[in-house]
Design a protein around this ligand. Structure first.
Ligand code: DOR
Ligand code: ZN
Length: 346
């Protein structure tokens, strides 16, 4: 069986920098026409100028002949000014601003403690129609890790949506039924991305015969009923949900250790994994909307015109890929993925 789609886009991606960027970029460029590139480098990408320089490094790292457009983002800090928002909007290459609650995840220490300090900046984003991308977890240590997304909706997101009625917001990598319900009930300017791992795994995958660091990401995997709610949302045809892998490479040594980093690398098999998830509920006909149309429409960019073909034929991802001086262990390392990419031109 073959499945031909309009070429998809990845609306949430970590590409890193330097040798790591060089190691992972080809996987994304093979599958996706564009990707929203996260700004959580060390130091973070906080200015339009830095985003422009990062964009040039990504373009320089592309394999010969690849056709891929990086869509850049700024990292919101408590000193992001309305003037910086104006520069971002005028650049034509910055497509959104990413809000990390300080301390919520990898490289988020420069993030925001109190959104109330950013009123003028958020108001300018609303005016200039520059979307806000949200890592939706509270950082309050008193809140259980598995409840941090739900509590974020109550404590932060609901108020944000109310205070800035014209601001377009993407609730990134949603993981709970509560997030699905909140997005579904909100207006059209609130959308959400969903990762392959949250469609395919529940939290038991963290402890499958032993602790599984390569299934650890943030927000952490949740219970099965949440996975089913995400799968229903992704495959239900609503334009509010779209593909965002959150593929987040870390060297094996940073994952297989006493305090391992959060992040699952899925770029090597991303669209194939989504095809598996959609097929599991007989919804392959809905994959193109989720992967290729809804995100472009939300970001007000043209839909892609090229196509990509998948074949229902199993293959096995390598146990690891080279990653600078270390290696990277991908999602499904050493075990089969049901769909494969048709060879280029096939
Ligand atoms: O698992 C994650 N990894 N979640 C994030 O929010 C950040 C990401 C990363 O950059 O590694
Ligand atoms: Zn991310």
């Amino acid at each position: 069986m073959r499945l031909t789609l309009t070429r998809p886009d990845d609306w949430h991606l970590h590409l890193r920098d330097g040798p790591a960027l060089g190691a992972v970029l080809a996987h994304t460029a093979e599958r996706f026409a564009r990707a929203i590139v996260m700004p959580n480098l060390k130091p973070p990408v906080t200015t339009t100028e830095a985003a422009g320089a990062y964009r040039a490094r990504i373009l320089a790292a592309l394999p010969a002949g690849a056709s891929f457009e990086p869509l850049m983002t700024l990292y919101l800090t408590e000193s992001t000014s309305p003037a910086e928002i104006e520069r971002a909007r005028a650049s034509g290459f910055v497509h959104a601003v990413k809000y990390y609650p300080a301390g919520a995840t990898t490289h988020s220490d420069a993030g925001v403690h109190d959104l109330a300090r950013l009123e003028a900046t958020l108001a300018r984003m609303e005016e200039l129609d520059l979307p806000l991308l949200v890592h939706g977890e509270v950082t309050d240590p008193a809140v259980d890790t598995f409840d941090r997304e739900k509590v974020f909706i109550e404590r932060v997101l609901a108020g944000l949506v109310r205070r800035y009625p014209g601001l377009r917001i993407v609730f990134e990598h949603i993981t709970t039924r509560e997030a699905v319900e909140f997005v579904a009930a909100a207006g059209a300017r609130l959308a959400a991305t969903i990762t392959p791992q949250h469609l395919l795994l529940n939290r038991s995958a963290l402890f499958d015969g032993g602790i599984r660091p390569h299934n650890y990401c943030l927000p952490v995997l949740k219970r099965e009923h949440h996975r089913l709610a995400l799968l229903a949302a992704a495959t239900g045809g609503s334009p509010k949900y779209f593909l965002g892998t959150d593929s987040a490479p870390h060297a094996r040594g940073q994952k297989e250790t006493a305090c391992g980093c959060a992040g699952i690398y899925s770029s090597h098999a991303a669209i194939e994994l989504y095809a598996e998830a959609f097929e599991s509920v007989n919804a392959l006909s809905r994959l193109e909307g989720f992967a290729s149309f809804h995100g472009a429409d939300f970001y007000r960019l043209a839909r892609n015109s090229a196509t990509l073909t998948l074949i229902r034929e199993a293959w096995t991802p390598a146990p690891s890929y080279p990653f600078g001086a270390d290696v990277l262990v991908p999602f499904r390392a050493g075990s089969p993925v049901a769909w494969r990419l048709a060879p280029a031109g096939g």
